[in-house]
Design a protein around this ligand. Structure first.
Ligand code: HEM
Length: 195
């Protein structure tokens, strides 16, 4: 078995299961009443932070592949990106169904009047477009436009960190860590392009 086959048949299914662990932990914490007094906020926050982590992990794939010169690392990129979408979707649905209770006026109000939600919503829409165009078939059909669409992952990362930063009340140390990671990951790309 060569490395590509090994990744496809062994490592990808294992990483797939690993990516589900944060969601399973949220569900078990809910079932065992381990989410504190504000369950909805806790569920939403946990999905949100994992969404941001998966965006960062996905952005790290290409630099890791290039620096290590191990091309097989790239085989994980689409799966990790789709997991980022999955966690954002769960974060969004928690807000939409449990927090806003599907009240259309409250939803529109929140999106328009709370800038940190506007930003999160734009990032979410960009991820929807990327997820919808992630199959090989569509990629082939779109040709050069596919890369253009998928370059919006850089905007998604930036908007995601900004969204997190904006809703933190006092201690900005955690969003700052994500901002630094983002600057390194995007800075690497600028540096490489210049070189
Ligand atoms: C790429 C898209 C998004 C990312 C990466 C993201 C990430 C996050 C993160 C990391 C937090 C803070 C969690 C914490 O305090 O530990 C958060 C909070 C929040 N997000 Fe998002 N989010 C995104 C999109 C959205 C969307 C589309 C909505 C709703 C339309 C939304 C609504 C909220 C709300 C209401 C909070 C505050 C929850 C609270 O009261 O603690 N987010 N988000």
């Amino acid at each position: 078995m060569n490395m590509t086959q090994q990744v496809r048949q062994i490592w990808k299914p294992l990483v797939f299961l690993l990516c589900l662990v944060p969601a399973l932990l949220i569900v078990t914490d809910l079932l065992t009443d381990n989410l504190g007094s504000n369950k909805i906020e806790a569920i939403q926050d946990r999905f949100g932070i994992w969404a941001l982590r998966f965006i960062m992990i996905t952005l790290a794939v290409t630099p890791l592949r290039q620096v290590s010169k191990r091309n097989w690392i790239g085989l994980f990129r689409r799966m990790l990106g789709l997991f980022a979408f999955f966690y954002v979707l769960m974060h969004f649905l928690t807000w939409l169904i449990l927090d806003q209770e599907l009240n259309a006026t409250a939803i529109a109000d929140d999106i328009v009047k709370r800038p940190f939600i506007t930003i999160g919503f734009i990032a979410f829409l960009l991820l929807v477009v990327m997820a919808a165009t992630s199959t090989n078939n569509i990629r082939r059909k779109l040709g050069g436009r596919w890369q253009l669409i998928h370059n919006s992952v850089y905007a998604v990362g930036t908007l995601g960190v900004w969204h997190y930063w904006w809703q933190v009340k006092k201690d900005i140390s955690e969003p700052l860590i994500y901002a630094i990671v983002l600057v390194v990951l995007l800075g690497y790309r600028v540096w490489r392009k210049k070189r």
